[in-house]
Design a protein around this ligand. Structure first.
Ligand code: SF4
Length: 354
């Protein structure tokens, strides 16, 4: 008779990917990997994970790091709120004597939602907890041909109940990881590999021919288009950059002064205004260097990048948009977002003077 738990664990034992956080799943390694993996692909996370544990081998080391260093090490991984929450969670856990085998205490850490708490509790401590992410929504909805929307309360409850019904007490962490692995590798959203799936025999959605239509989630909203500008200003010693305040999007990271174009404003007028209001510098436009495109969760930003030069004596100053304005020399390693790097690269500004 088809036993989904056994079939899944046997498949996982044979096919699981070798990942650095799986070789030594200490509570710290699991916490770090789960923060990094939110909204981010495994291949992207691996080098960041390895750099973090080389630089901060223990949770206490990470808790004792400066927020500037953590942001710099995180730069390029995106969704920067995670880095601030990770650092705050490390500090809180260390103040409490370390991460504890208590789902409620784990859930109370900054940035830890139900999924991350369940993953840490089950993988690091072997506790019988569900860890339901988008992959798990999909494989469980398909296994049982559940038509309930997994983003609504009833759908959530049904999926959690099904996970707990299948989860073996002695291998809770492996089972949760196997569910995610199945969703990440075989049971893909658009073309599930049912022929080689360990659940092929008992999967109801496959039998009904409705796998691709599940889970029954509402359609994602299209990102709102936005237009912005950046000014690249060479001071003689480096590029003029601002640091985003900690409570703002991309907080703690450096970028060339940037902002949105106002209604009815030309892009060259916008960059002159942005340089004045955000960085305290009067400039004139030298030339447009082209556009960069960046997609955030809900916004699609097209940014025109200008080379600008100062008009008169420069006295850059901080503003509501930047809590520090400095000249950043070429090759400086301070934390920058991927968007800032794309912006600088457009003018060759990462590696050369104008
Ligand atoms: S049989 Fe197909 S639809 Fe069902 S869980 Fe496996 S890959 Fe997904």
């Amino acid at each position: 008779m088809f036993d989904p738990t056994r079939a899944l664990l046997e498949w996982y034992d044979r096919h699981q990917r070798t990942l650095p956080w799986r070789t030594d799943p200490t509570p710290y390694h699991v916490l770090l990997s789960e923060f990094m993996l939110q909204q981010t692909r495994v291949e992207t996370v691996i080098p960041y994970f390895e750099r973090f544990i080389a630089r901060w081998p223990t949770l206490s080391d990470l808790a004792g790091a400066s927020s500037e260093d953590v942001m710099e090490a995180w730069a390029g991984l995106g969704y920067y709120r995670r880095a601030r929450n990770l650092h705050a969670a490390a500090k809180m856990a260390v103040a409490q004597g370390g991460l504890r085998a208590d789902p409620e205490a784990i859930r109370a850490l900054p940035g830890v939602g139900a999924y991350t708490a369940g993953a840490i509790a089950s993988i690091a401590f072997g506790l019988p907890e569900p860890a339901v992410d988008g992959n798990v929504d999909r494989v469980i909805s398909r296994l049982s041909a559940l038509r309930e929307d997994p983003t609504k309360a009833k759908g959530k409850r049904l999926i959690r109940e099904k996970v707990m019904e299948l989860q073996p007490a002695e291998r809770a962490g492996d089972f949760n990881q196997a569910l995610m692995e199945l969703g990440a590798t075989l049971c893909s959203p658009r073309s599930p590999s049912c022929l080689v799936c360990p659940w092929s025999e008992g999967c109801e959605a496959r039998a009904l021919g409705i796998a691709e239509s599940l889970p029954n989630k509402p359609k994602k909203k299209q990102p709102v288009p936005e237009r912005g500008v950046s000014g690249l200003l060479w001071t003689g010693q480096g590029w003029l950059m601002g640091r985003r305040p900690p409570d703002m999007r991309l907080g703690g990271l450096w970028e060339p002064p940037s902002g949105l174009i106002l209604a009815g404003e030309s892009s060259s007028d916008a960059v002159i205004r942005v340089m004045r209001d955000h960085a305290g510098v009067e400039v004139e436009v030298v030339r447009s260097l082209g556009e960069v495109l960046h997609v955030f969760t809900h916004r699609r930003l097209t940014r025109e990048v200008f080379e600008v030069r100062p008009r008169g004596v420069m006295e850059p100053c901080a503003s509501a948009s930047y809590d520090a304005i400095e000249t950043v020399p070429l090759g400086d390693s301070r934390g920058m977002s991927k968007l800032a790097r794309k912006t600088l690269a457009l003018g060759g500004a990462l590696t050369q003077e104008p």
